[in-house]
Design a protein around this ligand. Structure first.
Ligand code: MN
Length: 129
């Protein structure tokens, strides 16, 4: 299966956050795929091979770190950047997120310009920089 070059998978269980991110990405002309649980996120990543994944950390089933680990078990998804999007402010939790292998860490509430710049950079350059 080929990678969907302009498609971004959003894994987010909060409807307001999902709408915000969806609106930002679609306004930029990108397509979106959406999952509200970690399991569904892993499934859609495997099924569609999006160009990029935006992963919430706190999810109703498996958390975003576990979902990332499952995604990284698949060699076919090696080139797919996965960015954490989390409101976490606890230093130890933030450290855990950073050290768990995400390609970048974006904070909630979303700051529009840096958010878009980071997404554009990973869409253009992929994981290898
Ligand atoms: Mn959440």
């Amino acid at each position: 299966m080929t990678t969907l070059t302009d498609t971004i998978l959003i894994v987010e269980d909060n409807a307001k956050n999902m709408k915000l991110v969806r609106d930002i990405l679609r306004h930029k002309g990108w397509q979106t795929l959406e999952a509200v649980t970690g399991e569904e996120g892993v499934r859609l990543a495997l099924e569609h091979k999006p160009a990029l994944v935006l992963m919430d950390i706190q999810l109703p089933d498996i958390d975003g770190i576990t979902a990332l680990r499952r995604i990284r078990e698949h060699a076919a998804l090696d080139a797919m950047p996965v960015l954490a999007v989390s409101a976490s402010v606890m230093p130890d939790e933030q450290q855990q997120i950073v050290s768990s292998g995400f390609d970048a860490y974006l904070t909630k509430p979303i700051s529009l310009k840096p958010f878009i710049a980071t997404v554009e950079r990973f869409l253009k350059d992929g994981r290898a920089r």
